[in-house]
Write a protein that binds this ligand. Structure first.
Ligand code: PMP
Length: 358
């Protein structure tokens, strides 16, 4: 970028993204490892082919049918006008900051958390600030409310379950933060489908709080990362504010059509969630058995450590064909829950790297 008059805050910045490498075991970006069945793949193909016949026309600008399907999937009495959709929850979140952040405003989140949040802030000219989680990655409601009251952020982002730690935030804490917040609060439930049974969703709080929003994605549990579809539920007024800042026709006709097919096949696409949850719990228990620390996780990954040289451990695993993620506080690594075969490969590789082969 040298010599080009880019915005000063972009000088020296590199594009976000985990390495995309062609290795046997990809456990680095928390995907669902199970591809769609031939039947669902064929339906997706047919929907794309049907959309192709009107490709000369712009797509339906407000994606009303898709939003109605998403509302039906979420339940909780939600309607299409209370749901927003975009190309991944990344884009949804950018819309939130474009509408509710901006110059002179700030967004607060609870660190360590999803590493894209500061990038949404930078790209929307919103100030970025964090408040620390406890050592076990939970949020202390008392000090969090104090921080919100003192700092008065315009936007608060709470990832629950959190990435990279997997920590779910209880509804009492969320309620306390929303009660103290002068602006909007977004609970990022990208991994909600993986929570332990009985853990309520922040969707339950929506009727009480018009300034609260909950985001979800089809990239994780839904096994639809390649489809790029994220969504948000909130009050109609909240959604209307997002409609103002979106680019016209932001969701392609193909995206809308294939996402609807995926939603119609929700049962099948979500069928592996129980299995992945069980593999996550087994993985965390195994890591603890190895004498490692494993963060308590309600998502489809486990943060574990701590290593004096985590980069070296990451590289040694990669040399054995297992790609995980260097993310989170110094000393920690994150691994996604995968198939039985992937879990066995990860365990064998880590055992050998750490020299604990029995
Ligand atoms: N939120 C969190 C906490 C995430 O971990 C991710 C993906 N890694 C996203 C949002 C964005 O996902 P997508 O854009 O694929 O919906």
């Amino acid at each position: 970028m040298s010599g080009l008059p880019v915005r000063p805050e972009l000088v020296g910045e590199v594009p976000y993204g985990a390495p995309q490498l062609d290795v046997p075991y990809c456990l680095n970006v928390n995907e669902n490892p199970y591809p769609p069945s031939d039947k669902v793949a064929a339906e997706i193909g047919a929907a794309a082919a049907a959309a192709a016949k009107s490709m000369n026309r712009y797509p339906e600008r407000d994606a009303v049918e898709l939003r109605a399907d998403l509302a039906a999937y979420l339940g909780h009495g939600l309607t299409a006008d209370q749901v927003w959709a975009a190309n991944g929850s990344n884009e949804v979140m950018l819309h939130v900051l474009m509408a509710f952040g901006g110059p002179g405003r700030t967004v607060l989140s609870f660190a360590p958390t999803y590493s894209m949040y500061p990038e949404y802030a930078r790209d929307s000219h919103t100030g970025w600030t964090t408040f620390p989680r406890r050592d076990d990655f939970t949020i202390d409601p008392v000090t969090a409310v104090q921080a919100v009251t003192e700092q008065r952020p315009d936007v608060i982002l709470i990832a629950s379950p959190n990435n990279p730690s997997g920590t779910a935030v209880d509804l009492d804490t969320i309620r306390a933060i929303v009660d103290a917040a002068p602006g909007v609060v977004v609970v990022d439930e990208a991994y909600y489908e993986f929570v332990r049974p009985g853990t309520p969703s922040a969707l339950e709080l929506l009727p009480d709080y018009p300034r609260l929003a909950v985001t979800r994605t089809m990239s994780k549990a839904f096994a639809f990362a390649g489809g790029r579809l994220g969504y948000l539920a909130a009050s109609r007024e909240f959604v209307d504010a997002l409609r103002v800042v979106r680019l016209p026709y932001h969701l392609s006709a193909v995206t809308q059509a294939v996402a609807r097919v995926a939603l119609a096949n929700a049962d099948e696409l979500l069928a592996a969630v129980d299995k992945l949850r069980a593999n996550r719990d087994a993985l965390a228990a195994w890591l603890a058995d190895q004498g490692l620390q494993a963060a308590d996780s309600d998502a489809n990954f486990v943060l574990f450590g701590r290593f004096a040289d985590r980069q070296a451990v990451w590289q040694a695993l990669l040399d054995k064909g297992v790609l995980i993620r260097v993310v989170g506080p110094e000393g920690w690594l994150r691994v996604s829950a995968g198939t039985d075969e992937e879990m066995a490969a990860f365990k064998a590789a880590l055992t050998s790297v750490l020299g604990t082969e029995k």
